[in-house]
Structures are given as structure tokens and as C-alpha cells.
Design a protein around this ligand. Structure first.
Ligand code: HEC
Ligand code: HEC
Length: 350
């Protein structure tokens, strides 16, 4: 009986070992040099964040990925970046109007998708952060997000054997500091590039759009592209798109940053890439679906009084026009990006 038990445990141990090394060597998670080459997609402008002084290597990218998916960055190890930023939603949070952080605390804004970040010069709905490398300090230290200090994150990682090895792989020494943490995170998030949607293939000339989608594109170009501009679908400006202030959240938006009352109720024009997957919508997640968004833009009588005058171009849309615009917006879904294995959770077992 006893020897049988020993044999069974030995078998289980070996199986666990083999399974583990299978995960380590799983090609799905392996990052090669080719995986981390930054190529600016055709038709995209020059990036604003250039990885200057932050040379990308596979090992550093892998370290950034590990950190992104690790709740160790939060005070009670409950919340990782990925708790709020989900891959299948272009790293927004599907179905959550406001962000959910540590201890179940609810933030006051909708989680933003993470995509094409290296073309931005201002991050967050109010543009309060202007550098991709320093951006993570915000969620790490935010009391309703991860509620941790950078110094304590460094301290926890220094006491973690796995991280000592990973930093050594990435930098050829075991120094763990906040600069390296922030830089590797920027490598991981900075390479999240979406440029392979049906619309991109249409622009390349390799795919046709349906008549409905083309009609939607035409309406979009005349009525929406003033703000949701160009290949990034944003001009990166801050505007009032007519939605009225939520009196419970009382969010001044851009005005919080500039202190200028004229900027109150202005928010950054979001990119509309992958918008099919990033619901709910707006800085406070007030609209559950694209139909509600189109209903809003098509109802000028209900606009906030300081709305941006370029909204006048939209006027009232028929139900058919709304459906066409929505059909067009769905051509911006980029499955290559949404299923890109490089950004998958390395702890995933399958
Ligand atoms: C509790 C949920 C939550 C966690 C955890 C979280 N974020 Fe966010 N993230 C948000 C919200 C909400 C916003 C929009 C914030 C705002 O406008 O004030 C945001 C915005 C961002 C942006 C700006 C995107 C843009 O286009 O401007 C980046 C980049 C980002 N987060 C990266 C991270 C990283 C890296 C981590 C982990 C260190 C992280 N986030 C952790 C909720 C979260
Ligand atoms: C005046 C500039 C402007 C125009 C014109 C405009 N938008 Fe917007 N759009 C914005 C701003 C600013 C936001 C974010 C507002 C907020 O969250 O408070 C936004 C948000 C959105 C969102 C939500 C995206 C998300 O991630 O939450 C969608 C969808 C959208 N717009 C689609 C459209 C469509 C379709 C049109 C044309 C019918 C259009 N917009 C016209 C400025 C504009």
C-alpha cells in the first residue's frame, strides 16, 4: 500500500514537473527578437514615444509583461494592471462603466483601452500624464486602483527570487529599481499596436467594404472625423462632445489639469479603433452600446450647453444612417491585435 502511494506521488511529481516545463517552453508565450521589432504601420504618423533610452529586447518585454499581469504591484496583491485592462477588450474593461480597483473600490472613470499609445502625447481622459513611462505611477499609487507606493513595489520585487532572475535576464545584473519597472512596462504597453482591422485592409486595397460599411464611412468622414481624425481616429485634442456632466461624479475633465474653467467638461477624443469591443462608452461609461452613442450625437437638443460646435455638422441622423455608421465602426475591430499572443497572460494554463 505504502509503496503504491510513493509510486503515485512520484508519478504526480514528475507529471507536474513536465507540465511546468511545458508551460515555460510553451511557444505560445515565447518572445523572440522578431516579436519586439517596432515597425510603424504604413500610413501611421511618426510615434511621439520613441523608446529612446529604453532599448527594447525580448527579455525586457517579457519582464514588462510579467509585471503587467502581476497583482504584486498592488498593496494587497489583489489587483494587476490586467484586472482592469483586458486583452479581449483592447485592454479596456468590458461591461464595467467605472473602474474596479483594490478592495472592490470603484473609481470615477471608465478604463481606457491600451492601443497605439506611442502616438499619444497626453494620457488619461484628461491628458493629465504626458509620458508613457511615468503613466503606471498613477494606477499604482491611486488609492482606489492599486493603492501602493513605488518604493514598496521595488521592495517586494527585491524579495522575490523569480524577479531577481528576470531582471538579471533583462539587464545582466540583479538591480531592481523603479526606473526599470516603469521602462519595461512601457515596452510591453508601447508595443500594443492596432493596425490590422478590416478598415486597414480596405485602405491597403486588399479587401472590399460592403455597401453599408462604405455608406457609414462616408457619413463618418463628414460628421465625425473632424475630431476622430486620421488613421488613429483621434486628433488627441480635448473637446466637449455634448454629453452633460454626471452630477454624482462631478468630473471637470481637462479643466482639472489646466485649472481653466473653459476646459471643464472637455475630455480627450478617444480613438475608435476596436470600439466594438471596448463598451461601455465615454469617460464615465454612460452608454452601454454604439446605438446609444449614435442616439446621443443625433440629438442636439439634449447637448451640454458648451458643446463643441463641430458637432453641428452631425445634425440628426436617420436610423439607417446610424446603422451604417455602426457597421463602419465595426470594421475597426482588429482581431490580429485582440488575439496577439505576445500580449496574452503568461500565467494562463491551457
Ligand atoms: C483599477 C483599475 C485600473 C488598474 C489596476 C490600472 N488601470 Fe490603467 N487605467 C484605468 C483607468 C480608469 C484609466 C483612465 C484614467 C483616467 O482618465 O483618469 C486608465 C488609463 C491608463 C492608461 C492611459 C491610456 C491612454 O490612452 O491615455 C494607461 C497607459 C494605463 N492605464 C496603463 C496601466 C498600467 C501599466 C497599469 C498597471 C501598472 C494600469 N493601467 C492599472 C484603470 C486601471
Ligand atoms: C467635437 C468632437 C467630436 C465629434 C465631432 C465626434 N466625437 Fe465622438 N467623442 C468625442 C469626445 C471628446 C469623446 C469622449 C467624451 C467623453 O468621454 O466625455 C468621444 C467619444 C466617442 C465614443 C466613445 C468611445 C469610447 O471609447 O468610449 C464614440 C463611439 C464616438 N465618440 C463616436 C463618434 C461618432 C460615430 C461621431 C460622429 C457621428 C463622433 N463621435 C463625433 C469627440 C467627438
Amino acid at each position: 500500500m505504502r509503496s503504491k502511494l510513493i509510486i503515485i506521488s512520484l508519478f504526480l511529481l514528475t507529471a507536474a514537473f513536465v507540465f511546468n516545463s511545458f508551460i515555460d517552453d510553451n511557444p505560445y508565450f515565447k518572445i523572440t527578437k522578431d516579436d519586439v521589432v517596432l515597425t510603424v504601420p504604413k500610413g501611421f504618423p511618426k510615434p511621439t514615444y520613441t523608446f529612446k533610452n529604453n532599448t527594447i529586447t525580448p527579455e525586457r518585454f517579457v519582464l514588462g509583461r510579467k509585471l503587467f499581469y502581476d497583482p504584486i504591484l498592488s498593496k494587497d496583491s489583489s489587483t494587476s494592471c490586467a484586472s482592469c485592462h483586458q486583452r479581449i477588450a483592447a485592454f479596456a474593461h468590458i461591461d464595467h462603466a467605472l473602474s474596479h480597483g483594490i478592495n472592490g473600490l470603484i473609481g470615477k472613470r471608465n478604463v481606457m483601452p491600451l492601443q497605439n499609445l506611442i502616438w499619444k502625447d497626453a494620457y488619461m481622459w484628461d491628458g493629465g500624464v504626458n509620458n508613457l513611462e511615468v503613466q503606471p505611477i498613477n494606477p499604482i499609487t491611486n488609492a482606489v486602483e492599486m493603492n501602493e507606493t513605488l518604493a514598496n513595489v521595488v521592495n517586494k520585487l527585491r524579495h522575490n527570487k523569480a524577479y531577481a532572475a528576470e531582471f538579471n535576464e533583462a539587464y545582466n545584473d540583479t538591480v531592481i529599481n523603479s526606473e526599470r519597472i516603469l521602462k519595461t512596462l512601457a515596452q510591453f504597453t508601447g508595443l500594443m499596436i492596432s493596425s490590422n482591422s478590416k478598415y486597414d485592409k480596405y485602405v491597403e486595397g486588399t479587401i472590399e467594404l460592403t455597401e453599408t460599411e462604405l455608406n457609414g464611412l462616408k457619413i463618418f468622414k463628414t460628421k465625425c472625423a473632424n475630431c476622430h481624425k486620421g488613421t488613429l481616429f483621434t486628433d488627441n485634442s480635448f473637446r466637449n462632445n455634448g454629453i452633460k456632466r454626471d452630477s454624482a461624479l462631478n468630473d471637470n475633465g481637462r479643466g482639472t489639469i489646466t485649472g481653466n474653467a473653459a476646459d471643464n467638461n472637455k475630455f480627450q477624443v478617444p480613438s475608435l479603433r476596436n470600439v466594438e469591443m471596448t463598451y461601455p462608452y465615454m469617460h464615465d461609461g454612460r452608454f452601454r452600446n454604439l446605438q446609444q452613442v449614435l442616439n446621443h450625437y443625433s440629438n442636439p437638443t439634449n447637448f451640454d450647453k458648451n458643446y463643441d460646435l463641430s458637432l453641428n455638422k452631425i445634425d440628426v441622423l436617420s436610423e439607417q444612417e446610424k446603422a451604417e455608421v455602426i457597421a463602419f465602426l465595426k470594421t475597426l475591430t482588429d482581431k490580429v491585435f485582440l488575439y496577439d499572443r505576445r500580449f496574452a497572460d503568461p500565467n494562463m494554463h491551457f
